[in-house]
Design a protein around this ligand. Structure first.
Ligand code: ADP
Length: 273
């Protein structure tokens, strides 16, 4: 019976080891797959603007005696170059964010300040489109602070506000609301735009996924914005969620863990002997 007991104890132990090993291999394979997919996607996405630029350069050369045409092609080249630069920047940002320890030195971040900056960047675009952006930052006496990287948080909020403006028609409103809770600081970005069908809600956070590639392209979208938002939130120990109703609009909510106040250090009593 002693022999039997030993066997029983060893068997589950072995099973656990085997299980861990399998899980580890699967994880490694998954990481490798993600990396490979990313490289394939990136090269595909880069080809479009690069071939566009090549064609424009050729057209410009052929039209060299027609100064008006040259001017027009030069303008289009500038648009393409700007888009390409943004794409490259976002690819670099995302590949850094996909590594778990993307934030090397977290600092205390005022989320209200990030929200203000994010909205500030898009005010002009919104006004041009006839969209009113309102901000409700909440009671300024309640700190809305998290630990992390202020630039990344601003970038994430900016991507959400930019989408809200891009996927809405004129004469609509976009609102940005900050809630400072004891556990989480939340930022809600609400629009009255096209909305997102339920089947697409998960997919929109995938890299390079767009519901309407032509529309996204017209607005200079890269398809990376929401993937960046998702990774920025995850890197801060938070999350991003979405509620949407086609034809009604969408609300994206970012929730980041509130920075807990450090307990006061006891006073140091001088040692006078
Ligand atoms: P893009 O550069 O195309 O905007 P994102 O990753 O930011 O890329 O968004 C992915 C897709 O999700 C968009 O192409 C669009 O179809 C959809 N989307 C994102 N935000 C909104 C929104 N506020 N309203 C409607 N659709 C949205």
């Amino acid at each position: 019976s002693a022999q039997l007991m030993l066997d029983v104890r060893v068997a589950p132990l072995r099973a656990q080891h085997v299980l861990l090993l399998v899980e580890d291999r699967t994880h490694a394979r998954r990481v490798e797959e993600i990396r490979r997919d990313f490289v394939v996607n990136v090269s595909h996405e880069l080809k479009t603007p690069v071939s566009g630029l090549t064609l424009l350069a050729e057209a410009m050369d052929e039209a060299r005696d027609d100064s008006e045409a040259v001017h027009r092609f030069a303008g289009r080249m500038q648009v393409e170059t700007t888009r390409l630069a943004r794409l490259v920047q976002e690819i670099v940002d995302l590949s850094r964010l996909q590594v778990d320890d993307a934030i090397d030195e977290p600092v205390l971040v005022d989320v209200r300040q990030c929200a203000k900056e994010a909205v500030g960047h898009l005010q002009l675009l919104a006004t041009d489109k006839g969209i009113t952006v309102t901000t409700a930052l909440g009671d300024p006496h309640l700190p809305a602070q998290v630990y992390g990287d202020p630039n990344l948080i601003t970038t994430a909020l900016r991507n959400l506000v930019e989408n809200a403006v891009n996927y809405s028609d004129s004469d609509t409103r976009v609102s940005v609301t900050v809630h400072a809770g004891s556990d989480f600081v939340s930022v809600l970005v609400k629009d009255q735009g096209t909305g997102i069908p339920p089947a697409e809600l998960d997919r929109i956070f995938e890299r390079f996924y767009r519901m309407d590639a032509a529309r996204s392209r017209r607005t200079g979208g890269t398809g990376l914005g929401l993937a960046i938002v998702k990774h920025v939130c995850a890197n801060h120990g938070g999350e991003v969620t979405v509620w949407s109703e086609p034809g009604q609009g969408s609300t994206f909510t970012v929730r980041l863990p509130t920075a807990q106040p450090v307990p006061p250090t006891p006073p140091v009593i001088p040692d006078t002997q």
